[in-house]
Ligand binder design. Structure first.
Ligand code: HEM
Length: 399
């Protein structure tokens, strides 16, 4: 029987973390606007996810009952930081701050693209001295953290500490096990923020050619010190966590092929298309949360005001009504636009940067005459609901 009664989507189930795609497929077919009695909706079809991403009736502000809600700003650093981030603002507040930040960020990432290649070459050369490696810790993490530090203007020696703080930063966005862990996260965020504010003060006194210097030079009273520092922390955390997972997700797909696909040795455009196909298939952000501001009709169902809604980006990316043969890896095809970077007002600010970084990281790893890299068949995914991030990606390297 094909009823909806037995269908459920449990983001933190071990089976879902391991392989969420069968349940997405069933939801798209049988219950595309799915209510989970634990208190949230899950939207799984491409067309609906895209419409919701572009609909201002869906708010990005932190859930009213979360510890990081605005009413807790004076109590917890975490709540203050979260409410300063562009990712959690709506409407004109969002567009003003995003516009101000994006102008300088995009310019600096474009100017650094050549350095991504040099950095990837250095990180890949270090790997060649090893016979075994974990591509998460030994390649993607050092590459991603050093690249974003270079763009922001954070000294290279700080990259490991920034990576540790960024990891804590991301922990805010899934269940926090207890009060002790929440207190530790608050201390970590406080230290991260203080470090960024110290750098801002240094660059104000002695500007350099980097994003921090440009932002502090252009503060005109419309943005506060904390808003700038907290959004720099967001860029650092996204620039490390998402790049690390995006790159290793691409690698896990490439290394699972019988032979490396031709486009990998082609032009920048060929490799960029291949990267997009990998991110469609294994999207690092599986879904994006929203809260309805008012009642919304979707797929014949009514979502009440203040409902929690998870927009299934990764499910949309395997919707057969949009992507022919959606489970297949087709690196040479011109596919429709996937939703791994979202869409609408909050669409990823770093999408161009991460594409450029992954292209360079793959090029450095797979020169035409490079060593053979083969991966163990098992892939271990982090138990972080909503995140498709590899814990490790073990490989063997042979001449
Ligand atoms: C493969 C890597 C990445 C993926 C899959 C990814 C995915 C996303 C998604 C889905 C959103 C939209 C969130 C929403 O609709 O609410 C987003 C927003 C954002 N991303 Fe990325 N991202 C990646 C890399 C990066 C990088 C490298 C940076 C910067 C260094 C970055 C910075 C941001 C920022 C600042 C936002 C918030 C934009 C806003 O709310 O206006 N991301 N990202």
């Amino acid at each position: 029987m094909q009823g909806t009664a037995t269908l459920s989507f449990e983001p933190d189930d071990a089976a879902t973390i391991e392989d969420p795609y069968p349940v997405y497929e069933r939801l798209r077919a049988r219950d595309p606007v799915h209510w989970n009695p634990k208190g949230f909706w899950f939207i799984s079809r491409y067309e609906d996810v895209l419409a919701c991403l572009k609909d201002p009736r869906f708010s990005n502000q932190p859930a009213p009952f979360a510890l990081v809600h605005a009413r807790n700003r004076a109590k917890f650093v975490a709540a203050d930081v979260v409410n300063n981030l562009i990712a959690f603002k709506d409407g004109p507040d969002h567009s003003a701050l995003r516009g101000w930040l994006a102008r300088s960020f995009v310019r600096h990432t474009q100017r650094h693209q050549d350095r991504f290649g040099a950095l990837a070459t250095t990180c890949a050369a270090r790997l060649r001295t090893q016979q075994r490696a974990d591509m998460v810790a030994d390649y993607a993490l050092p590459f991603a953290s050093r690249a974003i530090c270079a763009v922001l203007g954070v000294p290279d020696r700080d990259a490991p500490q920034i990576a540790a703080w960024s990891n804590d930063f991301f922990r805010l966005f899934h269940a926090i096990p207890d009060a002790d862990e929440f207190s530790r996260l608050n201390q970590s965020l406080d230290a991260f923020r203080q470090h960024v504010m110290d750098l801002m003060a240094q660059r104000r006194a002695a500007p350099e050619d980097d994003l921090i210097s440009e932002l502090v030079a252009h503060m005109d009273g419309a943005v506060s010190e904390h808003e700038v520092a907290d959004n720099l922390m967001l860029l650092a955390a996204d620039g490390i966590g998402n790049v690390q997972s995006g790159l290793t997700n691409c690698l896990s797909i490439l290394l699972a092929q019988a032979r490396l696909p031709e486009p990998l040795f082609g032009t920048t455009k060929d490799i960029a298309r291949l990267v997009d196909e990998c991110l469609r298939l294994e999207s690092p952000g599986q879904y994006q949360g929203r809260i309805t501001r008012e009642a919304v009709e979707i797929g014949g169902k009514t979502l009440r005001a203040r409902s929690i809604v998870l927009l299934g980006l990764a499910s949309a990316n395997r919707d057969a009504t949009v992507f022919a043969d959606p489970e297949a890896f087709r690196p040479a095809d011109q596919r429709p636009q996937h939703l791994a970077f979202g869409a609408g007002a909050h669409m990823c600010l770093g999408s161009a940067m991460v594409r450029a970084e992954i292209v360079q990281a793959l090029r450095a790893l797979f020169p035409a005459d490079g060593p053979r890299i083969s991966s163990a068949p098992d892939r271990v995914w982090m138990a972080r609901p909503g995140h498709r991030w590899l814990d490790r990606l073990d490989v063997e390297i042979s001449a």
